[in-house]
Each structure stands twice: as C-alpha cells, then as structure tokens.
Design a protein around this ligand. Structure first.
Ligand SMILES: C[S@@+](CC[C@H](N)C(=O)[O-])C[C@H]1O[C@@H](n2cnc3c(N)ncnc32)[C@H](O)[C@@H]1O
Ligand code: SF4
Length: 371
C-alpha cells in the first residue's frame, strides 16, 4: 500500500515551561488554541495526498496536548482520519473525567502520561506541576474511562536522585500496572534553565548513568516487561502486542507525516521540518498556503544509515538485505568478537542485532558499525 501510514500532530501549548525541556512549546496562549487547530486541519487538508487510505497510527504529542482547550481538542480529533492506534500525550494534572471521556469518545485508545518521577523533591528539581498523587489519580481516571493501553514516562539521572530513589520510582510506576513504560536518561538541553543550573552536575554524574540504566532494565524486565527498544518497555500479554506502534514506525524507517509547528515528516526521499514559529504557521495556513519549512533531500545512503541507527535500538534482529553498503564489515567482525553485536542467518538472509552488553552501550556501538 502506498502513502504514509503514520501521522504525528504537534500540540505545543503548555501551562508553563519545565526548566529541562527544549521541545517546541508555547506557554498558555488560550486564545489561540482554536486558531491553531484550524491551521492543523488546513495543513492536514493540504497534505492528505501523502497519507495512505488507512492509517496505522496517529500520535498527538506536545507540548501538552491535554492542555489544549477542550472544544478545540475535540474538533481536531473529529477532523482526523481513523487509525488503529491513536495516542495522546497527557500531563497528569490535566487529566479529569470529562477530558478522559472526550478522548475516549473520539477514538483515542492509548494515553502516554508524563510522570517523570514519584518524588516531590525530584519533581521540583524538574519544575513539574504534577505531584505523585496527580499521576495516580490520572491513571485511575483513564482506567475508569476505559483506557486499557497506558504508557508512563519516567526520567532517571535527575540531580540528587540516588539509586534507591530510582528503585522507588520504578516500584511506584509498576504498582500502577501500566501497559508500557518509557524511561529516558535526563539530558541537559543547551540553552535551558535546567542546563544553566545543573549542567555541570549532569556531566559529573555521567559515568554512573550506565549503572542506573542497567537497574532500570533489570527491574522492568524482572517485572515481566519486554525491553523492546533502548528506552522502551511493554508488558508481555498473551495475544496483544503492546509496543508503541507509532514509534515503532519511526524505528523501522517507515514514512510519517508531521503536522504543526516544529513537526518533522519523512516522505520517501525528503525530510521536512516545519518552522517552530507559531505566528508564521498560523498566518500561512490562514492564507491556505503551506507553512514555512525546511526541506532536506534524503539520499539512499542516509536512509540506510538511519535504518541501521534506529533499527538496532530494537530487540528484534535487523535484516542486512540492502544495508550492506552502509556497514563497515571489519567493524562488524570486531564488535562481534567483543560480544557487542550478533550476526545470524545465512548469506543473503543475514541479520544483525546488538547483544545485551551492546544494547547497554547503545549508540556508540552502532556508530562504529557504520561504513
Ligand atoms: C516533551 S514531553 C511532552 C509530554 C508532556 N508535556 C510531558 O511533559 O510529559 C515528552 C517526554 O519527553 C521527555 N523529555 C523531555 N525533555 C527531556 C530531557 N531534557 N531529557 C530527557 N527526556 C526528556 C520526557 O520524559 C517527557 O515525558
Ligand atoms: S516537559 Fe512537557 S509540560 Fe513541560 S514544558 Fe516540555 S512539553 Fe511542556
């Protein structure tokens, strides 16, 4: 089937800006939510031709999609096509029974809750609004509204977070029995308030992060979760694949369309990045024109290299076929001897995967494999 099967929609509005975040966000702007949704729907109208007749996934990311004015959010959801998996990112403090019902009556069948931590002291380092009780309450509210596929986002490496803090965060997350957990190492993003205040501390603690990562993996896999991507885990459930299908599309190198400010699309041989500015986005779409964006041609070699970088984040072996030119055969053999990568299969049907040790070292190993 031709056309992109994955649609990303960026909803940038947030109640406030957390110090560590460098995503494309806009604080408050309540008066512009309706106008922004008009622009998103206009952009969808212009781009519909690149979409497949049936979508596999839609992901509403942010920003804080659930901070969007409810009437505008509902209008957006009513205007998007059907898809098998429809995910909305939600900040715990925004999840109320009416909001959960709005999402579920509009075909949203997966929620991704940004918990980050369950400890007030660490949440305040991150300048998060939600308290641990908000995360628990949001989870129950979503369950009550019928959500049976919920992901929790956690961060590790928060300044002042000890290994026992991490253990209790993981235990608190597991107690809520989420279907999926994303656990990221906190990154110091250039130019953020957080990096200004804590950047040097993050650099000092970088060495100990490998053991934190190992703890995350050991705890979640010990609790029966599948470590299916570097930072992502899903519950193993009979007859149900609980991996995030939208992100799986990215990791498998499939095409996707992104709408909204700062959104990225990859359609065949071109990557497009919408400019991150709200004013020029709204103005262009009000005139019925494409928003300002950068275009980057993707040659076959770049796509092959990306396919390897992303594909090796997964726990399923990557088929070699068509990727040979992008791999350094000597490096593959060397890393295989070091027990960091595993080759399998026979000529013509070979696969490559990182071993468990290789997965802990991650991107560094993959970078060495590239020709
Ligand atoms: C940009 S947020 C959007 C969702 C929602 N507004 C929230 O804050 O949870 C998506 C996820 O990105 C991750 N994230 C944001 N900034 C990060 C950083 N500096 N380092 C690592 N992960 C980060 C967080 O785990 C967050 O849940
Ligand atoms: S972390 Fe989430 S809530 Fe905080 S500013 Fe970024 S997008 Fe908004």
């Amino acid at each position: 089937m031709s056309g992109a099967r994955h649609l990303y929609i960026h909803l940038p509005f947030c109640a406030h800006r957390c110090g560590y975040c460098d995503f494309v966000t806009a604080v408050d702007r309540r008066k512009q939510h309706g106008e922004y949704v008009d622009a998103l729907l206009a952009e969808l109208g212009l781009e519909r031709v690149v979409l497949a007749p049936r979508l596999e996934t839609i992901f509403l990311g942010g920003g804080t999609p659930t901070f969007t004015a409810p009437a505008a959010l509902e209008r957006l959801l009513e205007g998007v096509p059907d898809a098998d998996e429809v995910t909305v990112e939600a900040n715990p403090e925004t999840v109320t029974p009416p909001l959960a019902r709005l999402l579920s009556r509009n075909r949203v069948n997966r929620a991704s809750l940004g918990a980050q931590s369950f400890q007030p002291r660490l949440l305040s380092v991150l300048e998060r609004r939600a308290q641990p009780e908000d995360v628990r309450r949001a989870m129950y509210v979503l369950r009550d509204a019928g959500f049976d596929n919920i992901s929790l986002d956690l961060l590790y490496g928060i300044p002042g977070q000890t290994t026992s803090d991490l253990d209790s965060d993981l235990a608190d997350a597991l107690a809520l029995e989420p279907e999926h957990v994303s656990c990221y190492e906190l990154e110091a993003k250039p130019g953020t308030r957080f990096t200004h205040a804590h950047g040097a501390e993050l650099e000092r603690q970088a060495e100990s992060m490998e053991s934190y990562f190992e703890r995350v993996v050991a705890t979640l896999t010990g609790a029966g979760y599948r470590w299916y991507e570097t930072a992502n885990f899903c519950r193993g459930e009979e007859g149900r694949d609980l991996r995030a299908r939208h992100n799986l599309g990215y990791w498998l190198g499939q095409d996707y369309l992104g709408l909204g400010i700062g959104a990225v699309s990859t359609i065949q041989t071109v990557r497009r990045r919408n400019a991150p500015r709200l004013g020029s986005y709204l103005a262009a779409l009000a005139r019925g024109e494409e928003p300002p964006r950068e275009l980057e041609p993707l040659d076959a070699d770049t796509r092959r290299r990306e396919r390897i970088m992303l594909g090796l984040r997964l726990d399923e072996p990557l088929p070699f076929g068509g990727l040979e030119n992008a791999l350094d055969r000597e490096a593959v053999a060397r890393l295989e001897r070091l027990g960091l990568v595993a080759r399998n299969g026979v000529n013509g049907h070979e696969t490559l995967a990182l071993t468990e040790r290789g997965r802990f070292l991650g991107g560094g190993v993959t970078a060495e494999l590239l020709a």
